[in-house]
Design a protein around this ligand. Sequence first.
Ligand code: KDG
Ligand code: MG
Length: 421
Amino acid sequence: MPRLRITNVRAICTAPEGIRLVVVKIETNEPEIYGLGCATFTQRPLAVVEALETYLKPQLIGRDPNDIEDIYQTCYLSSYWRTGPIMNNALSGVDQALWDIKGKRAGMPVYQLLGGKVRTAATVYTHASGRDVQEVEEHARMLMGLGFTHIRAQVEIAGYSTYGAQGGSEPADAGTPVQAHVGHRPTHLEPVQRPWHESSYLRAVPKLFEHLRMTLGDEVELLHDIHERVSPIQAIGLAKELEQFRLYFLEDPLAPEDIGWFPRLRQQTSIPIAMGELFVNQTEWETLIKDRLIDYIRVHISAIGGLSIARKLAAFAEFFGVRTAWHGPGDVSPIGHAANLHLDISSTNFGIQELHLFNDTAREVFPGTPEVRDGMLWCNDKPGLGVDIDEKLAAKYPFPEHELHGAFPAVRRIDGSVIRW
Ligand code: KDG
Ligand code: MG
């Protein structure tokens, strides 16, 4: 039998839900053996494609796809300056595709290669939002009726920009203009946004959770994402106020630039903390985990470089009692969601998985997309990651035209100064 070799590496760009996704396909000299990996960095997708095709592909052609760790290390080190979301996403596309190939060759799902199942399916949390507390409550009740036990709640602040709550629905595309902007004149490059108002947000969130606990009771697990929008001391104040509502976790209370504040936050409150969707290298999470300053590590697996590094991170976190909650929004492809899930069901210290409910179009483009049943996410037992791509159909959903090409439009205060998204 001839040795298995990589014969081609290419990026597939598609947007079946209007969200820009990048998937890497690695082909081999055995035509039926190919691998798929998620390389989605929705705000800079074409930079990832360039990094993959110009810089990684020449290092991969002719190599044995079995050598995952060596390929990972050589690609990682080959730029001398390492990490960053562009290179990490390109590397993740390659790395996940290699795990997919290894599983297909072994005739086993990837979770078997990671040590086997420790649970039957992954508990998920889903998103409830609305224009006011009543709408959030109705949305949450609807989700609870579908069997979901863990719900992230975000409420819109009337007239202002709010993360995660726009009239009760998730934004389809982070770059979509919202409403007239106050206090700042947008340039032609900047879609208009409502302004951000910190104190309105800080007043609204405790009221939201008071209402949800009163109306929904104690059993439902509630979560909230601050999305790094307030100052460190405001985040500490909010975390203390929310402690009484027994959240499952409070997400991204601080920006990566402010991780030095975590010891202070930890000293002030026992609210469970989830952190890390913006992390791109190990120096960002090492101290938080080893000093037990967070409870859930929730990196975006493709943004840290793929499954190889994520499984090491999960094992590292296990030793410190930190659980996993991998980032799972719509800008992770179904292949990336499958990678999350294979790790979820094979990690002892799995906590929870963020769910994105893919629509029927996305499921047709990506046959094998993980299924949701009884409030849980189920992995299929196909060899590899278990998700394929229908390339002809994928080509029918090109990236949407947008003047910012997917970049986040600036969010500004009333005085026009820009804030973190
Ligand atoms: O592209 C950015 C999104 O992935 C992010 O805003 C979603 O914060 C997010 C979450 O928790 O799902
Ligand atoms: Mg988040």
